[in-house]
Design a protein around this ligand. Structure first.
Ligand code: AMP
Length: 419
């Protein structure tokens, strides 16, 4: 008897599950902070519901089958469509409606590193407003979640209307061809430029046209990229407003015209997050505005914007950096000889403030304490005589070696934000 499981499907072993629960806990805490309410859309949908978004070709990419009554059904391939269908089917829900979900989906993808046929996603959506204030909120959430779990990743933003306007300006009029060319940009994540070009030339597109489309997709950067893109196409008001809002929130947005997202239901602002240290992983999160899907679900008055991320990919990024739930959650208080009582007081105070921490009960040298701490904690608080006299503690990031001198209140602030 074969005791395996189908390709692309895995058991979630205890180690993986521990990571998963860590991300789930941080996701739940961040959702609470931002006012998103937890929910879970149905796992099985009518195939026709999923086709509204992806068209009939979606069948090849998902788990679709007939149930015992002969009905065409399919396992959900993301959490967004189900939530959008749920919201569209109810009248009188209070707006804005901010929903969060953390669950698994199924796709008939080609399995590879970080790509499975059964995988977990986190997801937040805002229904109601057609305003960049909502887009800024989901992007800020994405950033906050990543920061909480110990990843500092940049959000790359594009606007499909700009890409579409530019392609039309090159003389491509047929809507289907415009979409097809946008998909060429999306394919650059998985294929080389020459492979994409070859594929499209074989389909009958002119090589020169492809060069022009791909040239736009290479524009990427901060404020300077916004100026550069003007040589190709005028930025939309919403994109400029979104950048201002995000900068005001202390985030550092990147304009990336290579971000268009393959799914057809996004219509304007889109974004993706990559882990530059894990190039082969693909996007760890993505999202955008999809008012057009609400229109197709019969609710044109409702705006919709959201973000979703791959939990399994986040875990691979954490592991690659040597981070684990334990190292991220535990703080070690280290002390110089003679300050044991002060250190012990600090440990109790931090625990009372909800921060998991410990100190060395062997009264070993500070050097030895730090050496041991580097193996089990990302952050160490050092109690040292000179700083203590000024009412300060030293917070050391064991990964970067960076040190901050903080009073107790700011120390707690930094630890609750970082740990
Ligand atoms: P998407 O809706 O395709 O943009 O997916 C959102 C996020 O889910 C992506 O950024 C990935 O991190 C993750 N994801 C998508 N497909 C898979 C898959 N087959 N296996 C693992 N993670 C995935």
């Amino acid at each position: 008897m074969k005791l395996g499981v189908p390709r692309g499907i895995r058991d979630l072993d205890p180690e993986l599950y521990e990571f998963m629960e860590f991300v789930r806990d941080e996701f739940k805490a961040a959702s609470r902070l931002f006012g998103f309410r937890l929910t879970e859309p149905a796992s099985l949908e009518f195939l026709s519901t999923l086709e509204i978004k992806g068209g009939p070709s979606i069948r090849d990419e998902i788990y679709a089958f007939k149930d015992k009554s002969g009905m065409d059904v399919a396992l959900r391939f993301d959490l967004t469509v189900g939530m959008a269908r749920y919201v569209a089917s109810r009248r009188g829900l209070p707006l804005p409606l901010k929903l969060a979900s953390f669950s698994s989906s199924w796709r008939y993808d080609e399995p590879q590193y970080g790509r499975y046929r059964w995988f977990y996603q986190w997801d937040v959506e805002i229904f109601g407003p057609k305003d960049v204030l909502a887009d800024a909120e989901v992007i800020e959430f994405t950033h906050e979640l990543h920061r909480r779990i110990g990843l500092d990743l940049k959000v790359r933003i594009g606007d499909r209307r700009m890409t579409e306007g530019y392609i039309r300006g090159l003389g491509v009029e047929e809507g289907q061809k415009v979409l097809d060319l946008m998909r060429a940009i999306d394919k650059l994540d998985k294929k080389s430029e020459s492979e994409v070009k070859e594929e499209y030339v074989a389909k009958g597109y002119e090589a020169k046209l492809l060069d022009s489309v791909l040239a736009l997709s290479k524009i990427r950067g901060g404020v300077e990229a916004v100026d550069k893109v003007r040589e190709f196409v005028e930025p939309t008001r919403e994109l400029l407003d979104l950048f201002d809002l995000l900068k005001g929130k202390g985030l550092d947005p990147i304009l990336d015209m290579g971000v268009v997202r393959g799914l057809d239901y996004y219509d304007s602002l889109v974004f993706e997050v990559f882990d530059d240290e894990e190039a082969g992983l693909g996007a760890v999160a993505g999202g955008g505005r999809y008012d057009v899907l609400m229109k197709e679900f019969g609710r044109p008055e409702l705006g919709a914007t959201g973000a979703a991320g791959g939990v399994d990919r986040l875990i691979l990024s954490l592991k690659r950096r040597g981070l684990s739930p334990k190292t991220l959650e535990t703080v070690v208080v280290a002390y110089t000889s003679g300050l044991e009582v002060e250190a012990s007081k600090l440990v109790s105070r931090l625990r009372a403030d909800g921060i998991a921490c410990e100190m060395d009960p062997f009264r070993r040298s500070l050097r030895k304490q730090l050496e041991l701490a580097s193996k089990k904690a990302r952050y160490v608080v050092i109690v040292a005589p000179r700083e203590l006299e000024e009412g300060l503690y030293v917070l050391r990031d064991m990964k970067s070696g960076e040190e901050l001198k903080l009073d107790y209140r700011n120390l707690v602030g930094a630890l609750t934000r970082n740990v």
